[in-house]
Design a protein. Structure first.
Length: 231
């Protein structure tokens, strides 16, 4: 694959449309949506519940396919990839933090974090070494062998962040990552996400309902009536 030019945005969405069928009715999430996100940029997306914010992240990550239009990451049209190819691409290039941490409670924190590397075919010992390094990065080195179910909600989300960062992705997507946390814990988790994005020079798209968090990002967009506009 040819390397994209330096001016190529890391994310480019062109004429993106996503619709669903509900019986005879067509539900339009968005139509003819365009978006460019430069490498190293942090973008917050706000909007009412049901506006399509999570759908937008799913399309960027290749977890969903657009009805029409293109999603390009690093200049590559991920819509041309097979399911297995897009899964490998996502594992290599994209870290994803969900509102729900989706940890396996009976597995240790390190085992949860290392799973994407095992899926990628990494040696188990090497994957464990990487997982412990990422846990150290989020301040949980001393909890590596603890079961995920033994941790607080804020700690579990920090483990989820460590899992998103393993493999050194270039793009971080976060879907309401503080939505299930109390205000103080949520602020600490958000500050950690922002600090890690900056120190790693990650490109990031963050969905949030919190205007305070959104305003600390480089650019704030609102998804409304199927369109993105400056907030």
């Amino acid at each position: 694959m040819a390397s994209p030019s330096q001016s190529e945005p890391l994310i480019r969405l062109e004429h993106l449309t996503r619709t669903y069928r509900s019986g005879p009715a067509e539900i339009v999430v968005f139509r003819d949506l365009d978006l460019e996100v430069a490498a190293g940029e942090q973008v917050a997306v706000m909007g009412e519940s049901g506006a399509g914010k999570s759908t937008l992240l799913h399309l960027i990550a290749g977890l969903d396919r657009p009805t029409s239009g293109t999603v390009r990451i690093h200049g590559r049209d991920i819509g041309t990839l097979s399911e297995s190819e897009v899964a490998r691409f996502r594992n290599r290039e994209i870290g994803y933090v969900w509102q729900q941490h989706h940890l396996l409670s009976e597995f240790s924190c390190a085992e949860n974090v290392m799973m994407p590397r095992l899926v990628a075919g990494e040696n188990k010992a090497r994957a464990m070494e990487e997982a412990k390094a990422r846990l150290d990065e989020v301040g949980l080195a001393d909890r590596a062998e603890h079961r995920a179910g033994e941790l607080s909600g804020g700690e579990q989300q920090r483990v989820a962040i460590a899992r998103a960062l393993i493999g050194n992705p270039s793009l971080l997507l976060a879907d309401e990552p503080t939505g299930n946390l109390d205000e103080r814990t949520g602020e600490k988790v958000f500050e950690m996400l922002t600090g890690l994005r900056r120190s790693r020079n990650l490109t990031s798209v963050l969905v949030t309902h919190n205007p305070h968090f959104a305003k600390s990002c480089g650019r704030v967009l609102k998804l409304e009536a199927g369109s993105l506009c400056k907030f």
